[in-house]
Design a protein around this ligand. Structure first.
Ligand code: HXC
Length: 260
């Protein structure tokens, strides 16, 4: 594929990790429509590719993404936003069935932070900076910055980030629970790929069910979520991979999963 705004490659010893790199250096990876369309297309492609177990999404050392493209968005009117369903293209990341890890170096601001939060795991480089600066532009977050952030870091932290527009560093983001691990910038991508490879040693089929179950925690009440989890757990007993996983344990050998 000949991309203009992203780069894609396949990584890992088994070549089962897709790496998507946002690549619009002149604008600090500002997320223009063209970039988001390419990202959606790439995600759909890797989603259908059975050789890919997990996806890593990253940017440059300076910026994961500095937000929606302010220059592109500035002339929008209310009626255009509604009739063009502005931001509808953004949800592909959250719809991806495969695990997706955001490897954030540099700025993850506005839509950039929202994009990272649509991923399943966020790893950060030590110099990463997260923020929702929309308030300074006279607008508010529009792709999860008030919702996913509040769930990730709690009300007081989310309010402070959204109302002040101040950035938080990698360590602070980790303390809040936004980020799961922090690495030196030059090790970040390799560590994200390593985690994706570890995920990829398991059954892709069961991984998909597990991701869906964790995501359900964010979308429902505890009782409904527990019910969903229990039924999904039961459902794993209809798969060949569940049989193989337990059989392999009993026989003290590595499991050979077939994603069936
Ligand atoms: C368009 C952007 C941009 C953006 C940076 N650029 N961010 N262009 N949209 N979000 C461009 C600059 O205009 C500049 O282009 C070039 O990238 C380099 O940026 P500088 O500002 O010169 O770099 P620096 O001084 O290092 O400052 C870095 C920065 C700053 C702190 C990240 O660029 C910044 O504040 N950017 C805006 C961050 C922001 O407000 N994001 C939220 C957007 S709103 P030129 O051509 O001038 O050299 C949003 C809404 C989400 O995301 C709604 C839901 C999706």
């Amino acid at each position: 594929n000949n991309w203009e705004y992203i780069k894609t490659e396949v990584a890992g010893e088994k070549k089962n990790v897709a790496v998507i790199t946002l690549n619009r250096p002149k604008a600090l990876n500002a997320l223009c429509n063209g970039l988001m369309k390419e990202l959606s297309t790439a995600l759909q492609g890797f989603g259908k590719d059975s050789s890919i177990a997990a996806i890593v999404l990253t940017g440059s050392e300076k910026a994961f993404a500095a937000g929606a493209d302010i220059k592109e968005m500035a002339p929008n009117t209310y009626s255009q936003c509604i009739q063009g369903n502005f931001l509808n293209d953004w949800t592909e990341v959250a719809r991806t069935q495969k695990p997706i890890i955001a490897a954030v170096n540099g700025y993850a601001l506005g839509g950039g932070n929202e994009l990272a939060m649509m991923c399943d795991i966020i790893y950060a480089g030590e110099k990463a900076k997260f923020g929702q600066p929309e308030i300074a532009l006279g607008t508010i977050p529009g792709a999860g910055g008030t919702q996913r952030l509040a769930r990730a870091v709690g009300k007081s932290n989310a309010m402070e980030i959204c109302l002040t527009g101040n950035m938080v560093g990698a360590q602070q983001a980790q303390q809040m629970g936004l980020v799961s691990k922090v690495f030196p910038p030059d090790q970040l991508l390799a560590e994200a790929i390593k985690t994706a490879e570890k995920i990829g040693t398991h059954s892709n089929l069961i991984i998909q069910l597990c991701k869906e179950a964790v995501n359900t925690a964010y979308e429902t009440t505890l009782q409904e979520g527990l019910k969903f989890e229990r039924r999904t757990f039961h459902a794993t007993f209809s798969t060949a991979d569940r049989k193989e996983g337990m059989q392999a344990f009993v026989e003290k050998r590595p499991a050979q999963f077939k994603n069936e």
